[in-house]
Each structure stands twice: as structure tokens, then as C-alpha cells.
Design a binder for this molecule. Structure first.
Ligand SMILES: *Cc1c(COP(=O)(O)O)cnc(C)c1O
Length: 359
């Protein structure tokens, strides 16, 4: 590794390749021009295929939180149930309250998944019209049982399901239409390995109908504005055009790799990290069966000095992992295998981890 480049193995933002930066440096175009319409129309079918949807995929110039907040503002009329099991999902409750919505959490302990049975009990009260779920809780390394949860929500036809797939999208199969997800959203800087600043999302017809009756949706994140502009292959306001160039290139690369091969690669690389965890006497923070395929959240059961360890891998090997997020900082560490990683790059990283591991 050379110069000042510290390679990121943190679970977002993740490493962006030189080729991606190059794709992003195409000349600027007007966002109401034919050239932009072509760019938009180029990415649509590839995105629809990855989202597993026939609905349009909207492009939002914001990080994922923009669309997470937008979902609450556009859809929650009665009360929202925020499924909470880590830093990102817990925060969604806070965001709902800050939007002035009536909100309640279905709280799982950090490191545990959301329980579909408890969810069904909550929804049976008839109090809720919206559920938010973080598919892959990046802070704890837990993947929630999405199809089981979707099946529960579908027992309640008036309840909409909003799903954040920020750190799982394109790394594991997710089919929005088949699962009946009302809003499926993701961001650019995690599994897609693009720089931050772009979010992608779909909205079901049912959710669009709900939004059309909601007052005070604002402008920038109004779902109806996105739909109206999508009909012209455009975005409501000036989008991050360079990032969309990067996205178009990335989607082509995903097609070239083959999406099934991409899922298999993530699984394989994730298994390599899991082997390292076991060989080095560490334990997982997430229970078996619910462990993320894109990152590994490791319990610091050996009580090593994580900040010092990360400092030495940075200085000696020019790479970093993450030392835990929120209230489990120092008690856990997280290793990403998202994006463009290969067996070789994961192996290099794991060797560097072993080389600098204290004790
Ligand atoms: C990173 C992340 C977010 C927040 O995304 P921003 O791009 O910072 O808005 C939300 N949810 C999950 C699961 C994440 O991993």
C-alpha cells in the first residue's frame, strides 16, 4: 500500500475504487437535458432488477437518512412502530418523534433480531399504520428475518412496511415486489461502494396513495414530486450527477459479475472473516442464523485494547476496521466485506489484523 491511502474495511463509508472515481469524472450535463434523461433511463432497468421491482426506482440526492425521514413524513398518519435493535434502527424512533409523529418502539436487545411474534402482537392493537425495519443493522451485525417480518405485516392490510437495506442491498437477494415492501431504500456508500450522497428507493402504489393524502409533505422529499419527475426520467431538484455516473458504471459492473456470483462472493468473503474470528478465539455479537453477510460484528471477549490495535494496523498496514458503534464501542469491533473486496484483499486484511493483534 502506498502514500497516504488508508484502505477502509469499516462498514461504511467503504473503499471506493479508482475506476469508480474515473467513471464519476465524466463531463457535467444539464439535469433537464436529453443527456440526463439517457443517463436516468440507463440506470432504471438495472436498478429495478436489483430491487426486484416493476415500480420506478427514485434517486435522492441525500444520504439514506433523508429517505428514512421522508418515509415517516410521507406515510405516517396514525402511528409508526419503529423496530429497534441497534443504533440505526433506534435512531429511526427518534427521527419519527422529531417529525412530530406518534411513534413507539418495538425494542430488541442490541445484538438480537426483531421477533416477528412480538411484532404481530403489537400490530394486533390496531394502533399502527406504518412499520420501519432496518434489514441489516450495521451497528450490531444482525440481519433481521425480513420475509417473516413482511409476512406478519401483510396480515394487517392498512399497515405499510418501510425497509432500510443500506448495508445489505446488492450483497444479498432482496425482492421488493415479492416481499411486498412499501418503501425499500438504500444508500450509495455501503454495499454499492460509491461515495456518500446518493440514495435509492422505491415506493409501492399503496404507499403512494397514502402519501397523496398526507398534509405537509414538504418539497425536497415529497414522494409525489419524485413520481411526477420520474415519469420524465428526471429528479425533482438538481441531483448529484457525478454520483449517478458512478452508479451507472457500478451497475454495469454488477451485471458483468452476475448478481448471483456477487451474492456468492459476499458470502464467501464473510465466511473468511468468520473463520478468522473463530481461529483467534473471538465470539460473534450476533447469534447464529442472524449474522450479516456484509460485515462482522465481533465481541471483544478477549478485552483487547481496540483503539491501539486499530492504530497499529493503520500505521503498519495502511488499513482500518471499526472499533464498535454507539454504546458498544470498545466492547465490539466491526469488519466489512462489502463492495469490491476479493479473496485476496480480505486475506491481506486478515493477515494485517493477525499481525497487529495485541497479546
Ligand atoms: C449507514 C446507515 C444508515 C445511515 O446512512 P446515512 O448515509 O448516514 O444517512 C442508515 N441505516 C443503516 C443500516 C446504515 O448502515
Amino acid at each position: 500500500m502506498n502514500g497516504d491511502h488508508i484502505k477502509l474495511y469499516i462498514p461504511g463509508p467503504i473503499e471506493v475504487s479508482q475506476k469508480t472515481y474515473k467513471a464519476m469524472s465524466a463531463p457535467m450535463i444539464g439535469h433537464r437535458s436529453k443527456d440526463f434523461v439517457s443517463l436516468y433511463e440507463k440506470v432504471q432497468p438495472m436498478l429495478q432488477s436489483l430491487f426486484g421491482t416493476k415500480r420506478p426506482v427514485f434517486l435522492s440526492t441525500s444520504s439514506a437518512w433523508g429517505v428514512m425521514e421522508a418515509s415517516v413524513r410521507n406515510l405516517v398518519s396514525k402511528k409508526v412502530l419503529n423496530c429497534c435493535c441497534g443504533a440505526f434502527s433506534d435512531k429511526w424512533l427518534d427521527v419519527s418523534l422529531r417529525c412530530g409523529k406518534d411513534a413507539e418502539s418495538l425494542q430488541a436487545e442490541w445484538g438480537q433480531p426483531i421477533d416477528p411474534v412480538t411484532l404481530e402482537q403489537k400490530l394486533s392493537t390496531g394502533e399502527f399504520d406504518t412499520v420501519t425495519l432496518v434489514h441489516n443493522e450495521t451497528s450490531t451485525g444482525v440481519t433481521n428475518p425480513l420475509s417473516e417480518i413482511a409476512a406478519v405485516v401483510h396480515k394487517f392490510p392498512d399497515v405499510l412496511l418501510v425497509v432500510d437495506t443500506v448495508s445489505s442491498f446488492s450483497a444479498v437477494p432482496i425482492n421488493a415486489d415479492e416481499l411486498g415492501i412499501d418503501v425499500l431504500l438504500t444508500g450509495s456508500q455501503k454495499a454499492l461502494a460509491l461515495p456518500p450522497g446518493l440514495s435509492l428507493f422505491t415506493v409501492s402504489e399503496k404507499a403512494m396513495a397514502r402519501a397523496s393524502e398526507m398534509p405537509d409533505r414538504g418539497y425536497y422529499f415529497d414522494f409525489l414530486e419524485f413520481e411526477k419527475n420520474a415519469k420524465k426520467s428526471m429528479t425533482p431538484s438538481t441531483p448529484c450527477i457525478s454520483l449517478i455516473y458512478g452508479l451507472a458504471w457500478k451497475l454495469e459492473q454488477i451485471q458483468l459479475e452476475g448478481v448471483t456470483n456477487r451474492y456468492a462472493r459476499h458470502e464467501k468473503l464473510n465466511n473468511m472473516v468468520h473463520s478468522w474470528v473463530k481461529e483467534n478465539g473471538f465470539e460473534h455479537f450476533a447469534p447464529e442464523g442472524y449474522r450479516s453477510k456484509t460485515l462482522t460484528c465481533v465481541l471483544n471477549n478477549k478485552e483487547i485494547d481496540i483503539p491501539n490495535w486499530i492504530k497499529s494496523m493503520r500505521e503498519k498496514h495502511s488499513l482500518v476496521i471499526n472499533g464498535g458503534y454507539g454504546k458498544i464501542k470498545g466492547k465490539t469491533f466491526r469488519i466489512s466485506n462489502m463492495g469490491d473486496e476479493t479473496e485476496e484483499s480480505i486475506s491481506t486484511m486478515l493477515t494485517a489484523l493477525s499481525d497487529t493483534l495485541p497479546g
